[in-house]
Ligand binder design. Structure first.
Ligand code: KIV
Length: 285
C-alpha cells in the first residue's frame, strides 16, 4: 500500500498544534459557516477554522446556540470544507448531539467527519465529558474541549458571565483542563475566564489552549469572524476588537444600488444585452 502525501504541504493537521506550542508560536482560529468566508479565512492564512454553533447567534438569529441542529452544522461544514484547503477544520457538536449517550455522540461526530469533511470536533464541558472525550479519541476522532463560559449551558448559568472568578471555581477549571488533557483532547477552548487562570492552564498543559476572552497567554486566539469584521448587531463583549465595519459596507452598497435603479442609472447598456442587428432587421422586415 502506498501512503499518499497530503496534497497541500502547508495543510494544518492536529499534531501541528503541539509542535507550535513547543516552539512558542502563536496560532489563530476563526469561525466560518459558508464557502466564501471559508475561502477568505483560509487564503488569509488562518490556522484553524471552527464551524461554530455561534452560527445560531450570528447567521440564524436564534439569539443563542441552543436551537442549532446537527444538520445545520453538517451543511455548513461541507461548504467550509469546499472553501478551505489549508486550515484545520473543526466542527462544533451542537447542543443535544452528544448529551443522550456516548454511542449516539460517536455516530454524530462521525457524521461530521465522514459527511462534512471535518478533521476534529469540539464539545463543551469539563469533568462531566471525560468518558465521552476518551471514547471519541478511541474511535479516532480528535476532540477540542471547551470550558469556562460554555454557551450551551446558558439557561443553567443564567447568562453570559465571566467564569472562574472565585478561588474554588478557578481551581475547578484548572482541574477540568488537566482531566480533559489526560482524556485525550488535543486542545481546549477557554472562554471568558480571568487571564491569570488562563495563563496557569496554558502553562500546566502540553496541549494547546484556545482563548476567547481569556487574555493573551493562550496558545491560540479564536474569535467569531462576524464580530471581528463588524457584521453583527448589538453590544459586543469587551474582548472583541472590531477590525472592519462590513455591515456599513453592505448597507452603503445597497443604498447606492437602490439610488441608481430609482434614478434610471442602473442598468446601463453595458450592463444589459442588445439584440443582434440581423435579428432586429428580421423583426422589422
Ligand atoms: O461556536 C463558536 O464559535 C465557539 C467559539 C466562540 C469558541 O464556540
Amino acid at each position: 500500500m502506498a501512503y499518499l502525501k497530503p496534497d497541500q504541504p502547508e495543510k494544518v493537521y492536529v499534531p501541528a498544534l503541539r509542535a507550535a506550542k513547543e516552539k512558542g508560536e502563536k496560532l489563530v482560529c476563526l469561525t466560518a459557516y459558508d464557502y466564501p468566508t471559508a475561502r477568505i479565512v483560509d487564503e488569509a492564512g488562518v490556522d484553524i477554522i471552527l464551524v461554530g454553533d455561534s452560527m445560531g447567534n450570528v447567521i440564524h438569529g436564534y439569539g443563542n446556540t441552543i436551537p442549532v441542529t446537527l444538520d445545520e452544522i453538517l451543511s455548513a461544514t461541507k461548504a467550509v470544507k469546499r472553501g478551505a484547503s489549508s486550515a484545520l477544520i473543526v466542527a462544533d457538536m451542537p447542543y443535544g448531539s452528544y448529551h443522550t449517550g456516548d454511542n449516539k455522540a460517536v455516530r454524530n461526530a462521525m457524521k461530521l467527519l465522514k459527511g462534512g469533511g471535518a478533521e476534529a470536533v469540539k464539545l463543551e464541558g469539563g469533568r462531566n465529558r471525560v468518558d465521552l472525550v476518551k471514547r471519541l479519541v478511541d474511535e479516532e476522532i480528535p476532540v477540542m474541549a471547551h470550558i469556562g463560559l460554555t454557551p450551551q449551558s446558558v439557561h443553567k448559568l443564567g447568562g453570559y458571565r465571566v467564569q472562574g472568578k472565585t478561588a474554588i471555581d478557578a481551581n475547578k477549571l484548572i482541574e477540568d483542563a488537566k482531566i480533559l488533557e489526560e482524556a485525550g483532547a488535543f486542545a481546549i477552548v477557554l472562554e471568558l475566564i480571568p487571564r491569570e487562570i488562563a495563563e496557569i492552564i496554558t502553562n500546566d498543559l502540553k496541549i494547546s489552549t484556545v482563548g476567547i476572552g481569556a487574555g493573551s497567554s493562550c496558545d491560540i486566539q479564536v474569535l467569531v469572524l462576524h464580530d471581528l469584521i463588524g457584521f453583527t448587531f448589538g453590544r459586543q463583549p469587551r474582548f472583541v476588537r472590531q477590525y472592519a465595519n462590513v455591515s456599513e459596507v453592505i448597507s452603503s452598497a445597497i443604498t447606492h444600488w437602490m439610488d441608481d435603479v430609482k434614478s434610471g442609472n442602473y442598468p446601463n447598456d453595458k450592463e444589459s444585452y442588445g439584440m443582434p442587428e440581423a435579428a432586429k432587421k428580421e423583426m422589422t422586415a
